[in-house]
Design a protein around this ligand. Sequence first.
Ligand SMILES: [Zn+2]
Length: 173
Amino acid sequence: MASAESQKPTCPVCNQTDQVKTMQAAYNSGVARCAPPDMPTRNVSMMKPIVICGVLVGICIFLIITLIGGMESGLNQFVQLGLVVVTLCFIVGSLVTSYLAFQRIVRGDDETTVLFPAWDKATAQWKSLSYCSRDDIVFDPKTNSKVSDQQLAELRASATHQIKSELQAAVQH
Ligand SMILES: [Zn+2]
């Protein structure tokens, strides 16, 4: 505890350390602008279509089983044919949707791979900053200067901005 206290950086405004917190501690205590950069997790949403497709395929299998049962009970031939067509449409549709969703996940993974170093860098920078609750300021202990809200917003955005420019650069190659 004593060593942690002595490592606290000095606030450039009040020149004291007693109210200085880490960015995480400041964010936990409700200072919204001390929020860490968002982690790149864009492929999570793509799992939903695949789950829906799995459910649809399950319904198709149920329909086929019902169809086989229906044959025995002398179901109308047109109804049977209709069930086969609908079932096939479901299966083909599910496969196509799964394929498209999967391709998007693969692409999303690529983006995340590019994005991750940028996010890592932004987080490391964010961790190096400190917050003084007496003056309600964020400052950089290395340069001993105040960090404006604009700079904080840029830092948070850098994780997602960098990827766009890097992707554009990759497309141009
Ligand atoms: Zn201060």
